[in-house]
Design a binder for this molecule. Sequence first.
Ligand SMILES: [Zn+2]
Length: 608
Amino acid sequence: MTARGAVAAGLAVVAGVTLSACTPAGPRTAPSPADSATARRSADSLLVERERQRIAGEAVRTAPRARAAWTCVPQPVRPLPSPATRAERTGYCETSSSADVAAFMAELPRVVAPGRTLHIDTIGRTGEQRPILRAVACAGTSCPDLSRPASKPVLWIQGNIHGGEVEGKEAVLALLRDLLADPKPNALDSLVLVVVPNYNADGNDAFGAQSVLRTEQQGPAIVGKRPNGANLDLNRDYIKAEAPETRAMLPYLTRGVIDVFVDLHTTDGSYHGYALTYAPSLHPGAPLARWTQDTLLAGVRTALRTRGIETFPYGNFSAEYGREPLTDSVKSGWWTYDHRPRFGTNYFGLTGGISILSEAYSHDPFARRVAATRAFLAEIATRVANDPGVVRRVRAVRTAMLTGRAPRDVALAARLVAAPRRDTVLVEVLVPDADSSGMEPGVPLGLRRTGRMRAQEMPVRDRFDVVQRGTLPSRGWVVERRDTALVALLRRHGIPLSAPLRTETLRAEEFVLDSVVMAPRPFQGHREVRLAGRWRSTSLTLRPDSMWIVPSRGLGAYIAAQLLEPESDDGATTWNVLDDRLTPGGVHPVRRIPDALPDRGVRSGAAR
Ligand SMILES: [Zn+2]
């Protein structure tokens, strides 16, 4: 059996459905031998040309892809659970609208087994005023209100941040139902499960054809669009926090009430052998990132493999995220995406929690993606519930952050690891084929999938090196009240601000700007800013009526460093919050106080 076959077989067991039915359909007529030969030559020449471009160091053109429409043959789920998700009701042909999600959740209370509790509420509203629904499930008679850390581990699962990446929403709703309805002991006895199945409800309901909105995805035929209603990509918004969805979510991410945060997505890109790829927080300053990757997720991977489900750290056969996922790029290795905290899981890792990015495989049919995501989530829930060491790690890190015992050095900028590890990666063999054009969403024109996997050892770049390190200033940062956009941003991130107790002059550090570089092209409505400069010592007069002090300890300390430090590669400066205060030769408006509180007897700081 090929690896692909093993994956399919394992998933079929998990899902309880036959997975072969939902495949892209289309006319398939036998080509003439002459047609085939011509097409093979053109496919070969395409590959040769791309290899030439690569060797010459030229930007490699992305091959044209099939924009095929996926056609579903309904595969009834029997017995049909109650309540059933729209995916289940339609035999994995359709995905839930926001109204379907609400109706499903409204029915959940009637299936809750004795000894379990379900609360349903909202964390806020989308830009188009749809409620962002949340379910909190636990054992006992009431669940924690999440205003403070709970005694049990809190596992928070978020679906559908990218409308159109829909299987997470369906998988987590079904998992929630089955855990709640199950009278036997299960993970709910030992953790608090929080589910926000349809985070980007506006994007979800902006329905359109998959062949337009998710061109590389095997169904459903009708899906939502990636950004929110205001066309913001919510998974680039966690630092600038412009979207109402982000603003609703940030208090939970920053308050220390979530121990494990899982964000559900669908990949597109390379043809590999994994039903699901995953990542921890990729920010090198996230305290538990390495442990999450190498221990927790490695264990999940091993467990799923015994059930025939292959998973691997997220990546593509590519030198650049999302580009040219073709057979000829395999030699260059396996590349992950990005470390910056504008991505939710990268952000959350900086609060001391465990972050997990889940990416179901867009080249797998919808039903298989639902099954893979569900199996992945169930395995995480089991581990968080059964291993007290998981939550103990999070709580220990956070206690250290709150008491100031956490490491004071902080990663401010990073780049993909220079010395990658080597690992064996499953590669699907694609072959030139005249008859493949337009048959399956996303397959490059002139190529055909074979379902055959080969294991190839290659460099795996799935983590980041720190290129700019900083130190948390002992007392904190000083921001000026007139920088109202910056102050508002800090408040959105839950960063506490305190007024100086008195007017006093003390030693400070300021960043002299040598250059201010603005990105030539806009991104998410911004032109990102990068600074070069140097720190110098200065004296600063603190003024209670015009300044705030931002403390450098607490759960928000590492996030505050990203937001405030001029050398951060994803902070307030990056997103144009301080544009009118940045002049080459001038100083950055955020100052650092390197010495501890003067009344603790550490150097200078006498009131004048
Ligand atoms: Zn996504």
